[in-house]
Structure formats: C-alpha cells, structure tokens
Design a protein around this ligand. Structure first.
Ligand code: CTP
Length: 323
C-alpha cells in the first residue's frame, strides 16, 4: 500500500513588531516552502536585549501573527537566535524540517549570524525580503506625521530615528527637500494582490458581513483612523487581505454605505466596533451608516482591544522618552 506522506513543516521566526504586509509576505512565502508553517514570535525580553524595546507588546504581536492566513501554529516565546538547544526542540518537539528567514542579514549584537547553526545543519531556506517596507520606515512616516502637527521637534525626531534604526540604515523620510512628505516606496502590482487574495467568489447562500475602516497600521484592535493615513491604500489593502477572517476587500470603499452597494455586494449585515478614532458619526447629520441602520442591518460589535493608530504613535514617543 501507499503510505501517506508526512507534511513538510517549516519554521519562521521574527519580532513582527508593528506588523506590516512585508511580514505577511514573508509568512506567505515561508508557507509555500512546506505544508505547515510554525511561527516563532520573539519575546519582549529577547527583543529588548538584542535590538531595543518593541513598540507592540507580545500579547498584541501574537494576535497579529495568529491572524495571518498562512500561519498554522505559533510558538509564543521564541528566542532571538536559533541556539543548539532551541534547534533540537524545533526538530524533535515540533517536527520542523526547515528554518526560514528573509534574505537580509540577521546579525546578533556580537556580529554573528543568528541562523549560523541552522545553515550548518543544512536545514535553512531563504525567502525574498519585501522591498519598500519596514518597521523603521513606518516609524519614519509616523514621525513625519507627528512633526507636521507639533511644529517640528528636530531633537525628538533625530533621536527617535537613532533608536529605531536597528542596524537597518537611517529612516527614509521620502527624500523630499523638507523631509515633509510620506512617500511609500512600495510598488503595488496586480500579481501581489492575487497572491494575497483567495480568489474565490462567495457561495450564493453566503451571509455577507461588511466592515469598513481605514485600517491604517493594521493592528490588533484595528479600526478607522481619523488622521491622514500613514500607509497608502494598496498597503492597507494587502494588510487586510492577509487576515484570515477576511474574504474580500473593496479597495477604496466609500465613506457612506449606499443602498446600491448593499445590493451589489449582497450585504446581510454591516458592523462597526465600539472603539474607533472617531465615534462622532452617530451624531453627524451625514451618518455614513444611515442606510443600513434604517434597513435594520447595522450592528455594533465590542472591539476586543482599545488601541487605535494614535495609541501606537503615542507608544513610540513614550518609548523614546523613557530611553
Ligand atoms: N521581512 C521581510 N520583508 C520585510 C520585513 C521583514 O521579508 N520588509 C521578514 C524578515 O526577513 C523575517 C520576518 O519577516 O524573516 C520577520 O521579521 P522581523 O524579525 O520582524 O523583521 P525585521 O527585519 O526586523 O523587520 P522590520 O525591519 O520591518 O521590523
């Protein structure tokens, strides 16, 4: 008889701080190298010891990684470097076949390669790092946002920049002479959208639930942002598409939900979280949810966490002040 082949299990680790679609794309490529993807999320203490404190605490980073549709299992207390002991645990306890990382050098504080042992054991594979996005770059974009609002504190900016450079080079401010624009260096392609999409049309009897938002800095409590977005529309669309709870994305959804839209997309229910950057919509004369409310298909859902994009920006500034 034919024996069923054991699934190939691959392991990818990372900090996944301020999770972005570059991380999601790494997880997608890692999953494609095997059948099952196990992800090690590095602990707060290990990140602090190796490159300074993370912006997002472990509980939020675990929610983010676990919500990515290519992730099958999560190890919540992964070390920063693959030690002999941890590598044996991966092989024996987790049945891992390959350890995967992006093609950027990952150096320990002493200058040695964090994956040297895995490479020596012949169990290392590489994926292509996604150009045009990094946590450092996102912090840079946020700082420009803060600087624009607070008449430009150059001292704060330059020391924050140092703190977040983590050996990945200086923060790119978009290259404008005043450094005042937030340019994304990401080139959106239709293929990338296809890679992130499930490509399926809904079952004719499916109950379609609609939720809207800016989903800027897609985080564990994601909701609408009141300020100008830090991530552009394509970047935000990819982040939302990578989420396992999402089946389809309307890229550039209108603010107001019309009767037409409800019919076209066969929407059964429109939901909105309790936590949002701006909850004034209910009072507004031009309530964007007036149509679904009148139809009796609008529902408020309890937001699981009370963080918004502003919380993340405040944390970065606070992190810096405590430094
Ligand atoms: N990664 C990637 N593309 C990016 C950023 C990260 O492919 N633009 C990959 C890394 O190579 C790694 C995984 O994502 O395999 C988890 O990375 P993490 O430790 O969080 O990565 P950093 O390199 O620190 O990412 P960033 O600089 O954005 O914080």
């Amino acid at each position: 008889g034919r024996r069923k082949k054991r699934p190939v299990r691959v392991y990818m680790d990372g900090c996944f701080d301020m999770m972005h679609y570059g991380h999601c794309n790494a997880l997608r490529q890692a999953h494609a190298l095997g059948d099952e993807l196990v992800v090690g999320v590095v602990s707060d203490a290990e990140i602090t010891a190796n490159k300074g404190p993370p912006v997002t605490p472990i509980n939020e980073r675990l929610i983010m990684v676990g919500a990515v549709k290519w992730v099958d299992e999560v190890i919540p207390d992964a070390p920063y470097a693959i030690t002999e002991e941890f590598m044996n645990r991966l092989f024996n306890e987790y049945n891992i076949d390959y350890i995967i990382h992006g093609d950027d050098p990952c150096l320990l504080p002493d200058g040695t390669d964090a994956y040297a042992l895995a490479k020596k054991a012949g169990r290392y594979k590489q994926i292509k790092r996604t150009e045009g996005v990094s946590s450092t770059d996102i912090v840079g974009r946020m700082l420009l946002c803060v600087r624009e609002r607070s008449s430009g504190d150059h001292h704060t900016h330059s020391s924050l920049q140092r703190q977040f450079s983590h050996g990945h080079g200086p923060i790119d401010d978009g290259g404008s002479p005043r450094g005042g624009t937030r340019i994304s260096h990401f080139l959106p392609t239709s293929r990338r959208i296809v890679q992130f999409s499930n490509g399926k049309s809904p079952d004719p009897n499916a109950r379609i639930i609609y939720i809207d938002g800016a989903f800027d800095l897609f985080h564990a409590g994601s909701n609408r942002g009141a300020h100008r977005p830090i991530m552009n529309l394509h970047e935000r669309s990819l982040s939302v598409l990578a989420c396992r709870y999402v089946d389809e994305v309307i890229i550039g959804a209108p603010k107001e939900i019309s009767k037409d839209m409800i019919t076209t997309f066969n929407i059964s229910l429109v939901v909105h979280g309790t936590i949002a950057e701006n909850m004034d919509y209910i009072k507004e004369k031009s309530n964007p949810y007036a149509v679904p409310m009148d139809m009796g298909i609008f529902q408020i859902i309890e937001s699981p966490l009370d963080i918004t994009t502003s919380t993340i920006i405040r944390r970065i500034v606070a992190n810096h002040e405590a430094y």
